[in-house]
Design a protein around this ligand. Structure first.
Ligand code: GLA
Length: 431
């Protein structure tokens, strides 16, 4: 396939744009423009990447992860039990429930697919996944994309085969299978780091960054665009260097679980990270638990809203064969998804907090703002001191719509009163 590169002026920036058959993306002229379509890789190129996304209409295909990736991952529900059949069932259900068309396109196999290596060192899938290439073909035939999982260590977190010493070979194998997304989980590599530099954390962290760069280069070498998802629990302020090792998203915390306290603790702890999110590069507060455990309706709505406000990747983690209409309507709320996926690519920030009541605001295209009024507390509550529109950077009077009530509110001002249920949220889009 021939790709031509062209210098294009857009939004006051000079961009290197791929044109012609096989072109995957728009590259910026900022440092570290890579060869296969991942956007330029430094945090300060965020604006450039966003302009690149806007300008790509001149090219053929979008920036990798121009908006936060959406899909499904096997870990939160199936964990170590996931099989080929679960992935096929999920692919079928993503289509029949409408989730694919709502944007959930990546079907990601997490840990425990890995088998032994053959005599040449090539990774094999285990007996739960008899034919990975056939599975990828099946997933692709549904208009979906397939993700996979590995570790820079010799072993993954579930003690299956990792990629240490086989990075290029593994990336090539993934490309041969037709993989579109790699989650790369530190796991046992932290032991390698500690063994190498027992008393030198800075040197350990340098090894970690290098390990992520090694796989980044291995992916680039395949020539196949893959979303690159870092999972190292937010160590060493990964948001500061993730883009430099090609990350499209990076986990910012330890693991989520299907309970309100853990989910909300993780979500709320994202305050302050907003400046690191941009098209092509997202903070990842972990995969969704909507529909898992005993989360109530309000808790699921709060989870979905918080992740949308954070411009977080929306990677569902529930068992689609048992999805209730209520859970389906939360995961597929078009207006909440549109807030997450807004083309500006801005992560929301906390603008007001009074104990368990918090107001977050997220800039949207067209000069609009999403405003979420959360009540993380145990009893229904009002906001004290009004809607805090000024703190959210809005005028004293706004035209607002209540997203979850699907209701236009007309003009409202700071004196607008609302009671937010326990563990609940009111989500507005205002202009
Ligand atoms: C780690 C990750 C999880 C999951 C498991 C799999 O705990 O943070 O998201 O991938 O490993 O073993």
């Amino acid at each position: 396939m021939r790709v031509r590169w062209q210098w294009v002026k857009a939004c006051g920036l000079v961009l290197l744009v791929a044109v012609g058959a096989g072109a995957q993306a728009t590259q910026s002229s900022a440092p570290k423009a890579a060869a296969t379509g991942r956007p330029a890789a430094t945090a300060h190129t965020a604006a450039t990447a966003s302009h690149a996304a806007a300008a790509h209409s001149a090219a053929t295909k979008p920036v990798v992860a121009a908006t936060p990736p959406m899909g499904w991952n096997s870990w939160n529900f199936f964990a170590g039990k996931v099989t080929d059949k679960d992935i096929r069932d999920t692919a079928d259900l993503l289509v029949s429930t409408g989730m694919r068309d709502a944007g959930y396109v990546y079907v990601n196999i997490d840990d425990t697919w890995e088998g032994e290596r053959d005599a040449n060192g090539k990774i094999q899938s285990n007996s739960k996944f008899p034919d990975m290439k056939a599975l990828a073909d099946y997933v692709h035939s549904k208009g979906l994309k397939l993700g996979i999982y590995s570790s820079p260590g010799a072993k993954t977190c579930a003690r299956y085969e990792g990629s240490l010493g086989h990075e290029e070979q593994d990336a090539a194998t993934y490309a041969e299978w037709g993989i579109d997304y790699l989650k790369y989980d530190l796991c046992s590599y932290s032991g390698v780091m500690r063994a190498q530099f027992p008393n030198d954390q800075a040197a350990q962290f340098k090894m970690m960054r290098d390990a992520y760069e090694t796989m980044h280069q291995a992916i680039l070498k395949t020539g196949r665009p893959m979303v690159y998802s870092l999972c190292q629990y937010g160590w060493d302020s990964v948001w500061e260097w993730g883009p430099q090792v090609g990350a499209n998203l990076w986990r910012t915390t330890g693991d989520i679980s299907a309970n309100f306290d853990r989910m909300s603790l993780i979500g709320r702890s994202q305050a302050g990270l907003e400046k690191y999110a941009a098209p092509g590069h997202w903070n990842d507060p972990d995969m969704l638990e909507v529909g898992n455990g005993r989360l109530t309706h309000d808790e699921n709505v709060t989870h979905m809203t918080l992740w949308a406000m954070l411009a977080a990747p929306l990677i569902a983690g529930n068992n689609l064969t048992q999805m209730t209409p209520d859970v389906a309507s939360i995961l597929m709320n078009k207006e909440a998804i549109a807030i997450d996926q807004d083309a500006l690519g801005k992560q929301g920030s906390r603008v007001f907090a009074d104990g368990p009541v918090e107001i977050w605001a997220k800039p949207l295209t067209g000069g609009r703002k999403a405003i979420a009024i959360f009540n993380f507390g145990e009893t229904a509550s009002e906001i004290r001191g009004g809607l805090h529109l000024k703190d959210a950077g809005l005028a004293a009077q706004v035209t607002a719509r209540d997203v979850w009530a699907a209701k236009d509110l007309g003009k409202i001002g700071d004196n607008w009163k609302v009671t937010v249920p326990r563990h609940g949220v009111v989500l507005l889009v205002a202009r």
